[in-house]
Write a protein that binds this ligand. Sequence first.
Ligand SMILES: CC(C)(COP(=O)(O)OP(=O)(O)OC[C@H]1O[C@@H](n2cnc3c(N)ncnc32)[C@H](O)[C@@H]1OP(=O)(O)O)[C@@H](O)C(=O)NCCC(=O)NCCS
Length: 182
Amino acid sequence: MTDRADKPVRVAKTVSASQAEMLQLVLPSDANTLGNVLGGVVMHHMDIVAAIAAQRHAGYACVTASVDQIDFLHPAVVGDVLVLKSSVNFAGRSSMEVGVRCAAENPRTGRRRHTASAYFTFVALDEEGAPVGVPRLKAETPDELRRYAKAQHRRTERLSQRSVYDGSSDTETQNDDNGDAS
Ligand SMILES: CC(C)(COP(=O)(O)OP(=O)(O)OC[C@H]1O[C@@H](n2cnc3c(N)ncnc32)[C@H](O)[C@@H]1OP(=O)(O)O)[C@@H](O)C(=O)NCCC(=O)NCCS
């Protein structure tokens, strides 16, 4: 893949300029037999709200490169409203870390419970599908500065993990076509 990420980086953008919020009603088709929303459905919505923030920041189409651990803390049930919020925490050359928080709101009582949070990494691609430089992120508030510093640390961890995998013996030949790594 040709890397265009070294193109001159455009003007910095604030965190608030790209933050996104999305509401989703939990329908019976989203749930298991207990009426709890399926984890994959929550992950799908989290990916979408994260992509919106990444694309707003980048000004380019973005793809999901990786997702850090997702823990499901409280169930959301049929009839709840998922309240999903995303915010760019850090911008590298062509990649961005986006933090996502999902809460489940009971529309009758208004009570919200934290359902899941995760960090997504997106890469901005140009019209030819090559990574392209994104604006610098202007973290302004104490919370934004704290998130920026933590995201920078996670990026270092991620890249070192990635180099461990890159350096390992060929994973393609270790995995069967059906994804069984045994
Ligand atoms: C993500 C993708 C574009 C990276 O391509 P690549 O050729 O490895 O790109 P590079 O090595 O030049 O890295 C580009 C940036 O992505 C980051 N990156 C690449 N893979 C990453 C990963 N697995 N996790 C986190 N960041 C990653 C690099 O750190 C780099 O960041 P920087 O520019 O801010 O320094 C490519 O792997 C891809 O297209 N993957 C499929 C994406 C997709 O289709 N997602 C939807 C679900 S399948």
